[in-house]
Design a protein around this ligand. Structure first.
Ligand SMILES: [Fe+2]
Ligand SMILES: [Fe+2]
Length: 186
């Protein structure tokens, strides 16, 4: 029964959850590639800002909506926890990059290492047997989740989200939410 939901495409204006998350991955990969080629300081700053903002939004929509739904549907604790730990590592480096600038001797190195961390993390999410494959095999309603992801993403991008408004799924209280931290604080 759950399988048939995924095939449904009636009214399909919003991509399903995995299509949406993968599109985010491709966008950030493209910016990382452009960063590697960039020589101009302003361009590097612009790309780094785009990358950091996009990754924070992406991490937040995964952590608040997709990851809890994944854990609930699959009980794949190891996959879930490793993904969260990888997010936390990436967020620390994102915060450092945001406090830094292309004039900083270590700026390029930080962006490069972030790209490597993200490359690894994305591979874990997208590989056979990884989170997205397991999610497709589960009875998760990926269409409905796609709509929720898109809605929260739009809110975060427009900076209108109030922390109190978003539902707090289980297990979130004890965790810092760095995905939310630097909104508008640059
Ligand atoms: Fe992701
Ligand atoms: Fe992720």
């Amino acid at each position: 029964m759950a399988r048939s939901k995924q095939a449904k495409s009636a009214g399909g204006k919003t991509p399903d959850a995995i299509t949406l998350l993968k599109a985010d991955h491709r966008q950030v990969e493209d910016w990382f590639e452009q960063f590697e080629k960039a020589r101009d300081t302003d361009r590097k700053q612009e790309l780094a800002t785009n990358i950091c903002e996009a990754l924070k939004v992406h991490a937040t929509i995964e952590e608040e909506i997709f990851y809890p739904a994944f854990l609930e549907a699959t009980d794949e604790t190891d996959i879930h926890h490793e993904a969260e730990v990888e997010h936390n590592g990436a967020k620390k480096l994102i915060a450092e990059i945001e406090e830094s600038s292309p004039d900083d001797e270590y700026f390029d190195a930080k962006v490069k290492v972030l790209s490597e961390m993200i490359k690894h993390h994305v591979k874990e999410e997208e590989k056979p047997g990884g989170m997205f494959a397991e999610a497709r095999d589960s009875d998760m309603d990926l269409e409905a989740l796609g709509e929720r992801l898109a809605a929260l993403k739009a809110e975060l991008e427009s900076g209108t989200v109030d922390d109190d408004e978003t539902p707090t799924p289980r297990g979130q209280k004890e965790r810092a939410q760095p995905g939310r931290m630097a909104k508008g604080s640059r």
